[in-house]
Design a protein around this ligand. Structure first.
Ligand code: G3P
Ligand code: CA
Length: 289
């Protein structure tokens, strides 16, 4: 019964959504995208230059960067709103100026937490700014950038777009886009779309139970999003097909073992966030044989 209802909803939507689809930048590749989650964060401190370098060396399709912002308005790579988990400091990123944030150590925690993977190179790591990441990697990688907690940061969207323009990273009509922007915050993504429609957007969802989206959800998504990001535990093949039938990509998170990577490929999702991009690429290669 659920399948029938879903199919009807999809048909309704496919008929209905044309009249409000804005010109969206498609993610038109058939390739199953390997997205290095916070960089290759299984092998180096998350959201640091070495984590992104290892992802680049593994040939990941994207390096994923989580964004926060300092008191003096600088975009920096960090997952949490607080510095406590991934530096030797305490408190909220927004309470630090960039100069103060740069005093913190962003690597020692990883060596203590992962003695088997500890690396002297990580001992003096700092929190990178987005600008440092762009100047380090330039055009040589693709960027999958998550605006974290944009509600608490003033003009995060404008700052992100201006930096992308400064580094000439906003391109158009690419099968694999140079930059994809993601967020759990829909208002922030629609703001990005209004400012720069050429940027493909991924609306993130976390479903405690089974993933479901209504016709209204799809209609709303069709005005700004090229796809969605969803926790793999909440999806099945029907949902993946429904999302794709509605013209959206679906990227699954976070997938850190071969079994789940095979599951994502068997679900025919369009990509996966993984801390181990090397594993992802190897499983994808076997799957494609
Ligand atoms: O960005 C996709 C996925 O990473 C969302 O969850 O908490 O790992 O940023 P989180
Ligand atoms: Ca993320």
């Amino acid at each position: 019964m659920r399948k029938l209802i879903r199919l009807l909803a999809v048909l309704l939507l496919v008929v209905g959504c044309d009249n409000n689809q804005k010109n969206l930048e498609p993610i038109s590749t058939e390739e199953f995208l390997i997205i290095a989650h916070r960089g290759a964060s299984a092998y180096a401190p998350e959201n640091t230059i070495p984590a992104y370098e290892i992802a680049q060396q593994a040939d990941a399709d994207y390096i994923e960067i989580d964004l926060q912002m300092t008191k003096d308005g600088v975009l920096v790579a960090m997952h949490d709103e607080k510095v406590d988990r991934t530096t030797d400091g305490v408190g909220f990123v927004i309470e630090y100026t960039l100069e103060e944030l740069k005093q913190l150590n962003a690597g020692k925690w990883y060596n203590s937490a992962n003695p088997g993977l500890a690396n002297k190179e990580f001992e003096d790591l700092k929190v990178p700014t987005l600008q440092e990441i762009f100047s380090h990697f330039g055009d040589d990688v693709n960027y999958y950038i998550e605006m974290k907690s944009p509600k608490i940061y003033n003009k995060m969207e404008e700052k992100l777009i201006s930096l992308l323009m400064q580094y000439n990273l906003i391109k158009a009509n690419e099968k694999i886009p140079k930059v994809i922007i993601e967020s759990f915050n829909e208002d922030s993504l629609t703001r990005i779309h209004d400012l720069e429609p050429k940027l493909p957007l991924i609306q993130l969802f976390y479903f405690k139970e089974e993933a479901t989206l209504s016709v209204q959800d799809y209609n709303r998504l069709s005005t700004f999003a090229s796809g969605i990001g969803v926790n793999i535990s909440a999806v099945d093949k029907d949902f993946v097909q429904e999302v794709q039938l509605n013209g959206f990509q679906i990227h699954l998170y976070s997938i850190n073992n071969e079994l789940e990577m095979k599951k994502a490929l068997n679900l025919k999702a369009n990509g996966a966030f993984t801390n181990n991009p090397d594993m992802g690429i190897s499983v994808r290669r076997q799957f494609e044989k």
